[in-house]
Each structure stands twice: as structure tokens, then as C-alpha cells.
Design a protein. Structure first.
Length: 119
């Protein structure tokens, strides 16, 4: 099992910045990818950004140029730097980790951290 603990959420004004962190523990070796998802009230969970162990990144179109994902493989920690925040970024942000074991995918999730952007 992999445990994920997020931190860094909070309340910020539009245009401000926040940095989310997610630390993986437990059976965290061989995590192939980590990422961030978010879920706003009444909406489905959506992917925000992802990063592989090799450093390849991908972003949702809505956050490109404003958010940056990074990863410390030695510490099994992933970060999400969020700049130029908008009210529509308000959501619960969830950390995700993916392990591939014998070609089978296992997803692990954090408990979520609230991000609220006021206008």
C-alpha cells in the first residue's frame, strides 16, 4: 500500500499563488507516475497535471502556463506550484500515485486538500 499526504491548500485571492505538496510513504518504491486531480462542487474529478518518474509532464489546458508540477524522486514527493489563481480553480485537490505491477495499474489517492480562490 501507498499512503499519500497532501498539504498546502488554503484560501487565496484571485491572482495569488499556492504550492501543494504530496508525500508518498509505505510501499512507495517503483511509483511510475504522480499527479494532481481536482473536484469542484457538482463537477466530476478532473486531471490537473501529471509527472512520470522520468520527469515527463502533462497539464490540463485550463492550467497550462499557470501551474507547474515537479517531483523529488528521492523523497517520493510531488509538488504543484499554482500561480495566477482564478476563482474557477476552487476545488478539492487530490494527489494521485500510480504503480505498475506486472502490467497491472494500481492507483492511490490522498485525502484531498481544499483550495479556495476568492474574486
Amino acid at each position: 500500500q501507498v499512503q499519500l499526504v497532501e498539504s498546502g491548500g488554503g484560501l487565496v485571492q484571485a491572482g495569488g499563488s499556492l504550492r501543494l505538496s504530496c508525500a508518498a510513504s509505505g510501499s512507495s518504491s517503483s511509483i511510475s507516475a504522480m499527479g494532481w486531480y481536482r473536484q469542484a462542487p457538482g463537477k466530476q474529478r478532473e486531471v490537473v497535471a501529471g509527472i512520470t518518474s522520468g520527469g515527463y509532464t502533462n497539464y490540463a489546458d485550463s492550467v497550462k502556463g499557470r501551474f507547474t508540477i515537479s517531483r523529488d524522486n528521492a523523497e517520493n514527493t510531488v509538488y504543484l506550484q499554482m500561480n495566477s489563481l482564478k476563482p474557477e480553480d476552487t476545488a478539492v485537490y487530490y494527489c494521485n500515485a500510480v504503480k505498475m505491477v506486472i502490467m497491472r495499474r494500481y492507483d492511490y489517492w490522498g485525502q484531498g486538500t481544499q483550495v479556495t480562490v476568492s474574486s
